[in-house]
Write a protein that binds this ligand. Structure first.
Ligand SMILES: [Zn+2]
Ligand SMILES: [Zn+2]
Length: 247
């Protein structure tokens, strides 16, 4: 195992397959799922209303529910069915995906026990099932998974778990259109000098849209305090002669 993140290829700890930033993002997705499910329920009924002038019309009669939402909120199998002819468009529902991963991780979590001879040993549950304390809903499973994420990121399947959560997130956002908030930062990027540093909800770092450079909030504050006074002074000097000439 090398020490680069399987997702973003930044350097990370030797025992990890995902870096802290990707773990943070995955945790944000998991903890945000209960809210996303609420938004999806609001989108269950397709928008209905009088035909709009200039609209392109429908190729079929309107359905009483949005099937994409049912696909996400309904029951289902934790893995997609074999689909050699590409007939299925839907992916795995939220709850089935979370349940499948929780049980998979539960079987993989090591246990420490004392054998009959009194020797301390480690092993795996192998046949364990995850049992969230608060039930079997989306909130319960996403909480269970968020709590076990620090372990999951040290396992070889971490990137697959991350990518399936990301795919789920994309499917939800295509329906709800609820994108994470993005804010432009004032100071230029220390890596490429572009004014492209972005702070985004659910992200550990402030990252540059131009070159991918990333800073923690504390590093950004220190950087801004170093560069902004000089930049502000330069901007003022550029404005001042024009005012003198105009006077
Ligand atoms: Zn990463
Ligand atoms: Zn940059």
């Amino acid at each position: 195992m090398d020490n680069t993140c399987d997702i973003c290829h930044h350097t990370t700890g030797a025992d990890r397959y995902l870096c802290e930033a990707c773990e943070y993002r995955a945790r944000s997705w998991l903890t945000g799922l209960p809210r996303q499910a609420e938004l999806l329920r609001d989108c269950l009924e397709p928008t209905v209303g009088p035909a709009q002038r200039g609209g392109s019309g429908r190729a079929h009669s309107p359905l009483p529910v949005d099937l994409r939402v049912l696909d996400l909120l309904g029951p289902g199998r934790p893995v997609p069915l074999d689909d050699p002819h590409g007939d299925q468009t839907a992916g795995v529902p939220i709850n089935a995906l979370l349940t499948g991963w929780a049980h998979y991780i539960a079987t993989d979590v090591p246990i420490v026990y004392t054998d009959l001879g009194g020797v301390l040993r480690t092993g795996a549950y192998l046949h364990a099932a995850a049992v969230p304390r608060s039930g079997t809903g989306i909130t319960a499973w996403s909480t269970w998974l968020a709590r076990h994420l620090p372990y999951a990121v040290t396992r070889p399947y971490a990137a697959e778990f991350y990518e399936q959560l990301q795919h789920l997130q994309d499917r939800i956002q295509r329906i709800t259109d609820a994108r994470p908030g993005r804010r432009h930062k004032q100071a230029p990027c220390p890596g490429c000098q572009a004014f492209a540093l972005i702070e985004q909800d659910g992200e550990l770092h402030i990252a540059c849209d131009a070159c991918g450079h990333r800073l923690t909030a504390a590093e950004y504050t220190e950087h801004r305090n170093q560069v902004m006074p000089a930049l502000t002074a330069l901007a003022l000097r550029m404005i001042t002669p024009r005012r003198t000439a105009a006077a």
